[in-house]
Design a protein around this ligand. Sequence first.
Ligand code: SF4
Length: 353
Amino acid sequence: MVNYQGILISWYQINKRDLPWRNTKDPYKIWLSEILLQQTRVNQGLPYYIKFVESYPNLKSLSNANEDDVLRLWQGLGYYSRARNMLSTAKELENNYRGVFPAFYSEIIKLKGIGEYTAAAIASFSFDEQVAVVDGNVFRVLSRLFDVETPIDSSAGKREFKILATALLDRKNPGIFNQAIMEFGALQCTPQNPDCNNCVLLHLCASKERGTVNQRPIKSKKTKSKPRFFVYKIFTLGNDTFIQKRTGKDIWQGLYEFPLEEFVDKKSQLDYIERHKNKLVYQSPEINHILSHQRITAVFLCFKAGLEIEESTSGLLRIPRSELFHYPVSVLIDNFLKNTNDLSFLSFDENVD
Ligand code: SF4
């Protein structure tokens, strides 16, 4: 019988990256690393992991944190529901599990924000439970190694790959094996230009033999991207400006922003800007911001001081301009504040009341 497990674990021991969450069995830190790395590259997630562990070294410290501080630390990573769910789960574990992380997959998966993949990762990496992980890397490695044509985003595909991954799992070393196959997908069997000629599985790889490597894995659905048109309104009074917290079920929930107008199409967005032109001290260039399922076209407008501001800002949070950077905001707003060369309209010299 082919020893896939031995080959992958030996490869892993030689080639694995030295990452801090690989030197611990602490389920809190493994949970944190897995949540941080969802939809995020390791290089991007690593500094966040370090910052997070410094600020919240254990479950108890996170359970006592407030949401604004956690979101501020998360700022720039996107998918902010991950941070909100972590906070809520930390509180739940502290209050109802005596601050102890559950040790079994069947219990871990009941926690908010933890899906099949993350539960399997925590259960196997921390507690060596015999449960297979199936993430994007594992889908790719298995679909190529066994030349599987079933789409990975179909329910039949999800079932088939789970069965395959479970059959392949190293029963003696489930945690190490799971990490090995994921790392193999991340470093060797990469989405583009996999290094097949130097691959330890080359002689076993069905898609290499059949010339289908570049067609694996197969996906059935195309991700749709929805266009959105935003105008952010910046009002200033003295040394203060106005912001609001996003509370609806939408992107960036819990983050702060300048008051926002959203339009159904570009024409209405441009009409709005045109109608307000004579009230502005500043208009930003158009900023295009891409999210996984949305394409946002945003413009920032800074309004002249005047009575109108009092009406337009009722219900908003009035803060000193100097405190703007203390609030968690989206990357779109953060980039605007960092990259706009001339933010003199925010200096309040011209439009004090
Ligand atoms: S031979 Fe190529 S496609 Fe097959 S497992 Fe190795 S890297 Fe992946």
